[in-house]
Ligand binder design. Structure first.
Ligand code: Q9C
Ligand code: ZN
Length: 647
């Protein structure tokens, strides 16, 4: 770590006028039923709180959010769409709202949605206007709902109005502002399809988007995000897509794209102003993005853009779903806008091999429009690529488990049958999946999975508070068909000093044998045997490739007969012993425990017994309380007893 002087002399930082807009009213847009959703109010709250705690807001001009006027929104969206969004929150729409939302892809609506959508668009207009006029040097609009997926007449991908496109049209249409060329940089991990369409034939706007694409399988899952989509008519060459071939791109990949595509083109384009569709879902730790950009990476990407348009830059929040990641990334960007010294991270890592390939095809496609892209990249450069070994052993963790996990992340699922993200579906369909998808079982949970939102991470993917890494989810993302609670005569205990998922502290284990004086509370989820297999894989860190199921119909029969079955394929991991707990409504109840030799290792101290961390214990307590099983007090003492009782 070293400090990098970001250019101007240290005394002048406070001179920079940086605007920031945030308004609690944008938090009133949330799911109608209060169900968890990645795009939730806590996103902008977390960013705002972080910037306040870091003393950033105090050094900025804090602006009030303003609702956008319809005439500006109509420059991007059709009248029918605007009428719908304006009216959707009124009482008369109460009964129709959910039906309307379900007509769109990945959209929810409630009474607060209209106002939030108008405030988000209006806020970006407001700061953009002030930066254009020179009243501010730069600004950050902490807004939601996000905008870049929203098209002329459709809401989609959590977006209602296209905030950045609307502000861009506003700037261009107000001739007196003197803004004639605008560069839009969309670094959200998803393709900005709505923005691309808005300026498809418009040479005044250079739209640049870098996103996961994966042959059009990553959300929004179409070929619109491909590198061949360069604009049309007078706009030809003014649309640049950099489509990643896979997840796990990080600072080195993004900065290579900046150095070899975006920055040279920006020089040639010479924008009067830059708007950034600043989603932070390519950040390391994001539950949907699967990439690994660090706050340092975001700071560098922004810093490199500060040399253009005399630093007239507006950032507007788009996606980003890990509260910690987005707050830290936003903070790093604010430090750049304020011209603080930024703490350097490491750019030592090389880009992935696929990154050079992507850069080359993009340059090839666009060199007729941008002469700066015509030069071939030197082999000296493109031969620098991250080898698998470097990825494997750069981690500071030394546990064998980590290597297993890394293997799973990097080598197997991406090329085999198991999908690692919610938007990516392997075409090679595996027949066991369709067979086992027809069989229901009860999956009985006794640990953090008793809290429904945490269990849903295994189905839908993602993570909840306290988890250090996201789950990949099941191939079949349908929610459990039913949930019920039961108690069983088994012992609950806590062991291991730390885990990859929860960090320090023990996690819940179940004694595989029943004993009458013991009691364990279990939350049972009715899921398919296919989903159970995907849960098994996620519970058991393993490099197993899922070309055949871990637990099939024969295993089910066998577990019914013998009471439990040890899974050979994942034998070195923690919950490899599937225990049959009886029938409920004619459906078998299964749980995942350790086996008797693990119990011996716990007893001898070879594997430690260990109380759970507060975060982890709270997840269990929430599960028991929200599930209506125990009062908070009773739940706490239940956990405490389990953590202290000897085996
Ligand atoms: N299989 C933004 O980041 N995912 N939007 C739907 C359906 C939607 C992301 C998954 C992701 C939308 C602004
Ligand atoms: Zn996104």
């Amino acid at each position: 770590m070293e400090a990098v002087d970001s250019g101007s002399d240290g005394a002048s930082w406070s001179q920079r006028r940086v605007g920031i807009v945030y308004d609690e009213r944008m938090c009133r847009h949330h799911t109608p039923d209060g169900e968890f959703h990645h795009e939730n109010p806590n996103r902008i709250r977390a960013i705002w709180n972080k910037l306040q705690a870091a003393g950033i807001t105090q050094r900025c001009e804090v602006l009030n959010a303003k609702e956008a006027e319809d005439k500006y929104i109509l420059s991007v969206h059709g009248k029918i769409h605007v009428d719908l969004i304006r009216n959707i929150s009124s009482k008369q729409f109460n009964s129709r709202r959910n039906r309307r939302a379900s007509k769109f892809n990945s959209i929810y609506l409630n009474e607060g949605s209209s106002e939030a959508a108008y405030l988000a668009a209006g806020s970006v207009i407001e700061v953009a206007k002030r930066v254009a006029k020179g009243e501010l040097d730069s600004a950050f609009a902490i807004v939601r709902p996000p905008g870049h997926h929203a098209e002329h007449d459709k809401a989609m991908g959590f977006c209602l109005y296209n905030n950045v496109a609307i502000a861009t049209k506003f700037l261009l249409n107000k001739k007196e502002l003197g803004i004639n060329r605008i560069l839009i940089v969309d670094w959200d991990v998803h393709h900005g399809n709505g923005t691309q369409k808005t300026f498809w034939k418009d040479p005044r706007v250079l739209f640049f988007s870098v996103h996961r694409h994966e042959c059009g399988s990553f959300y929004p899952a179409s070929d619109e995000g491909d590198y061949t989509m360069i604009g049309e008519g007078p706009g030809a060459g003014y649309n640049i897509n950099v489509p990643w071939e896979n997840g796990r791109c990080g600072d080195a990949d993004y900065l290579a794209v900046w150095d070899h595509i975006l920055i040279p083109v920006a020089k040639q384009f010479n924008p009067d102003m830059i708007l950034i569709s600043a989603g932070f879902d390519a950040a390391v730790g994001d539950p949907l993005g699967g990439c690994r950009v660090t706050p340092y990476g975001y700071a560098m990407m922004l810093k490199k853009l500060m040399d253009f348009a005399r630093g007239k830059i507006v950032l507007a929040l788009e996606g980003g779903y890990n509260l910690t990641s987005i707050s830290n990334s936003a903070l790093a960007c604010m430090e750049v806008l304020l011209d603080d010294k930024i703490v350097a991270g490491s750019t030592k890592a090389d880009p992935l091999e696929s990154t050079w390939r992507v850069i080359q095809v993009v340059c090839q496609e666009l060199k007729a429009f941008w002469s700066v892209l015509a030069d071939e990249l030197p082999t000296k450069l493109t031969s620098q690529k991250a080898p698998i070994a470097q990825i494997l052993f750069s981690s500071s963790d030394s546990e064998a488990e980590v290597v297993e996990e890394v293997l799973q992340d990097f080598i197997l699922p991406l090329s085999k049958t198991f999908s690692v993200d919610e938007d990516h579906h392997e075409s090679a369909s595996v027949s066991w999946r369709s067979d086992l998808s027809k069989i229901d079982i009860w999956y009985a949970t006794f640990g953090s999975n008793m809290w429904n939102p945490r269990f849903l991470c295994y189905i839908e993917g993602g993570q909840v508070d306290g988890m250090q890494k996201p789950c990949s989810g099941s191939m079949d993302k349908s929610p459990p068909k039913d949930i019920l609670w039961k108690t069983f005569p088994h012992q609950l205990f806590f062991g291991r000093e730390s885990t990859r998922t929860w960090g320090l502290g023990g996690v819940a284990f179940l004694h595989p044998e029943s004993k009458n004086e013991d009691i364990v509370h279990m939350c049972l989820y009715k899921i398919t045997l296919e989903q159970f297999n995907d849960v098994l894989l996620q519970e058991n860190v393993s490099s197993y490739d899922m070309s055949s199921p871990l637990f099939d119909l024969t295993s089910l029969d066998c577990s019914k007969e013998k009471g439990s079955i040890d899974l050979e394929a994942v034998k070195n991991s923690q919950y490899h012993n599937v225990v049959y707990l009886g029938m409920e409504q004619d459906i078998p109840i299964l749980t995942m425990a350790c086996n008797m030799s693990d119990i011996e290792n716990f007893k001898s101290g070879k594997v430690p017994l260990c109380a759970p961390s507060e975060d982890y214990a709270n997840t269990l307590i929430r599960g028991l309380v929200e599930g209506g099983q125990l009062s908070e007090e009773k739940a706490s003492s239940y956990i405490r007893d389990a953590a202290t009782k000897p085996l």
